[in-house]
Write a protein of this length. Structure first.
Length: 155
């Protein structure tokens, strides 16, 4: 009898897990809207890199040299990935064709968010990063059903 009860409980638990709603769904694909976001994201990435580059390297002896160079390289790669995503979306590539580019871009963004915590940045750079973060939050639901909005970087 206990064995039958245990089996019934397992079957019930399995049935409940199948009936539970799946994770969130992807936003319905809107090529024109996603392409417009891609274009804005490309411009925001260019603006961010340009502003970061104008800021200049940290002062000698600040201990931020390696982190700065790593962040600068990551910014360059973000700029490149944003350009590639924009071009692909502009020529009509859909979600399946651009998902890898988006995922690569987001991986770089996560890396940059870690590095920026160790490097002094000006208010202008933080403002440009905020503009890009807002665009990434708008495009994310088209690629990741479980995307959590990126929050401002804290130091």
């Amino acid at each position: 009898m206990p064995r039958i009860l245990a089996t019934a409980v397992l079957v019930l638990a399995f049935a409940v897990s199948l009936a539970a709603p799946a994770g969130a769904e992807l936003a319905a694909w809107d090529q024109a809207k996603v392409a417009a976001l891609g274009k804005q994201l490309n411009q925001a990435a260019n603006d961010l890199y340009s502003t970061f580059y104008k800021q200049g390297p940290p002062q000698l002896g600040s201990g931020q040299g390696d982190d700065y160079r790593r962040l600068k390289q990551t910014m360059r790669r973000i700029q490149s990935e944003a350009r590639e995503l924009d071009a692909a979306l502009a020529k009509g590539d859909g979600r399946d064709d651009t998902k890898d580019i988006y995922e690569s871009l987001m991986e770089l963004v996560r890396d940059a968010r870690e590095d920026v915590q160790r490097v002094f940045t000006t208010k202008d750079v933080l403002d440009r990063a905020s503009a890009m973060r807002q665009l990434l939050n708008q495009i994310a639901p088209y690629y990741d059903p479980d995307a959590q909005p990126l929050q401002p970087v804290t130091r």
